[in-house]
Every structure is written in C-alpha cells, then in structure tokens.
Design a protein around this ligand. Sequence first.
Ligand SMILES: [Zn+2]
Length: 108
Amino acid sequence: MDERQFYNERPETKNLSLVCPHCRQEGSYPIRWVVRMKKKDLPRGAGEEDRKRFATARSYMVRVDELVACRNLRCRKRFELTGQSVVLVSDAGSPPPGDFDPDTFGNR
Ligand SMILES: [Zn+2]
C-alpha cells in the first residue's frame, strides 16, 4: 500500500521571513508546503505490514519550494531555502501558527 493512502493531503502556503544571502535584504516570502495529515483510521485493504507502518506514521508537512527569488528589484537573485524541508505536525489538529520558524519547530 502506498504510504500516501495513510494521509489526507492538502497544500498550504506560509509566509517566512528570509534574508537574501546576496544583498542581505530581509523580506517575507510565501513558501508552499504540502501538509499530510494522518487519517484517523487505516484505509481499507490494509494488510499486516501496512498496519505496522500506519501505527508509526506521523502527520507531517513537506516543503515544496526549494528556491525563492529575491524581492529586491536591484538584486532579483534566486537563493536556496535553508532549514528543514520536512516538519512534523501535531496529530491533535491544526498545524502550527503561520509565523512559526521551521528551523526551530522540530526541536521543541
Ligand atoms: Zn537579494
């Protein structure tokens, strides 16, 4: 069974404050993520192996964007995003608030 069947998937965009490494200008950038929330119940047709994998599965989100283009019109250079590209999300419900910092979120 495909692991994706364990999750309800939805796109999400979060604004992140980033500093351009070329011109040092800070800006707010909308970064796209895909949120995979673990389903409440195991999908139909799951076997013993799927059951074990489902038991240890966690909700998480994956960053889609790898690069952003600097907003400074005199710079406009593209730079890579740093920090975690995969972040665990609480199974209890909503993902963290919009201003969370993915660099530290996983360490709490
Ligand atoms: Zn720049």
